[in-house]
Design a protein around this ligand. Structure first.
Ligand code: ADP
Ligand code: TRP
Length: 323
């Protein structure tokens, strides 16, 4: 079998957090050694929330920097800006014509919006179709994402299968790839870590701000001497992501034994987070000092992405009776 094509995207809507890193960026970066990896900054998708041109441009550059700082290697993986290949919006339209409304009415981002009494834009409603276009345009086999994106990959599979039934085998049907232990990283309040819940720990926070956040993790009011259950603790759950096995074992047994307070555990967690991301912080600072490097990576990525996209679009237009 040929090396698989791997594809994922991240929306440039704000600073990346531990959920983004462990749920998507780290697994995606690990895949770059196992196939042809295509990763992009989803600036079209971000427009459903970021409606300020300067901010969107800045967030897009930042997201590319973040990915590179965390280990994305442009000699192995293609990194590009979604809007540098605008054909994706054409494919989104073609797929839209095959998409049953109820399929989108069932998607969680739209349902959450309605549940919170907000009026969703058509962009938010149709968001999963643009995501399907991203995935199908590049003939992707594997899509590394966090658990919350699984539904969107299922929509993509349904649309690809439907199109293939109607028009012949024009699309590769993708598989999601979700790392079970990282499926849902929890946030400061014990819910899923998410920008929308304001409970995130950023990868590139200032030391003081990071410490303050970690010390603010919500716990029960068990006194220092009381035994505590590590299995229900957000502190332990986060520590497992950033500490070695032996250190996690020590923390778990100290939880069970009692005699150590949550404050001490939080300090240890802070130290481990700070150290885990230290190398990324320094790489990021170096890259940020020379913006032309990131621009060159994105320009090269756009060319490589476009070469694949052009072939897919020629095939799809032909099969659907366009041109
Ligand atoms: P947010 O919920 O903060 O807006 P995004 O929707 O931009 O995050 O997610 C970008 C990527 O990071 C997606 O692949 C998503 O599945 C992953 N991700 C986000 N939050 C988490 C989390 N708490 N745990 C695991 N993966 C996550
Ligand atoms: N919807 C994804 C998110 O919110 C981002 C994204 C857009 C994406 N297109 C994609 C992820 C294609 C994987 C594949 O995080």
């Amino acid at each position: 079998m040929n090396a698989p094509r791997i594809l994922s995207g991240i929306k440039p809507t704000g600073r990346p957090h531990l959920g983004n890193y462990f749920g998507m960026m780290q697994p995606a970066i690990a895949w770059q050694d196992r196939g042809q990896a295509f990763y992009f900054i989803a600036d079209y998708h971000a427009l459903t929330t970021v409606q300020d041109a300067a901010a969107l441009r800045q967030h897009t550059r930042d997201a590319a920097l973040d990915f590179l700082a965390c280990g994305l290697d442009p000699s192995k993986a293609v990194l590009f800006r979604q809007s540098d290949v605008p054909e994706v919006t054409e494919l989104a339209w073609l797929l839209t014509c095959l998409t049953p409304m109820p399929m989108l009415e069932n998607c969680h981002a739209y349902k959450d919006h309605l549940a919170r009494g907000k009026v969703p834009s058509h962009g938010l409603f149709a968001y999963p179709v643009l995501m399907a276009a991203d995935i199908l345009l590049y003939d992707s086999n594997v899509v590394p994402v966090g658990k919350d994106q699984k539904q969107h990959v299922e929509v993509t599979r349904d649309l690809a299968e439907k199109a293939n039934r109607i028009f012949g085998p024009i699309f590769t049907v993708p598989q999601p790839s979700i790392v079970p232990e990282m499926a849902t990283v929890i946030g400061l309040d014990g819910q899923k870590m998410s920008k929308s819940y304001g409970n995130t720990i950023g990868l590139f926070e200032e030391e003081k701000a990071l410490k303050k956040k970690v010390m603010g993790i919500v716990t029960d009011s068990a006194p220092v001497e009381a035994p505590k259950n590590p299995e229900v603790s957000s502190i332990v759950a986060l520590y497992r992501l950033v500490a070695g096995e032996a250190d996690v074992g020590v923390m778990e047994s100290e939880f069970r034994a009692g005699g150590v307070g949550y404050g001490e555990f939080k300090k240890r967690l802070f130290g481990a987070i700070w150290e885990t991301f230290a190398p990324f912080r320094s790489t990021r600072a170096e890259l940020a000092a020379d913006p032309s490097t990131v621009e060159a990576v994105l320009a090269d990525g756009a060319g490589r992405a476009r070469a694949v996209a052009d072939q897919t679009m020629a095939r799809v237009r032909q099969a659907m009776g366009l041109r």
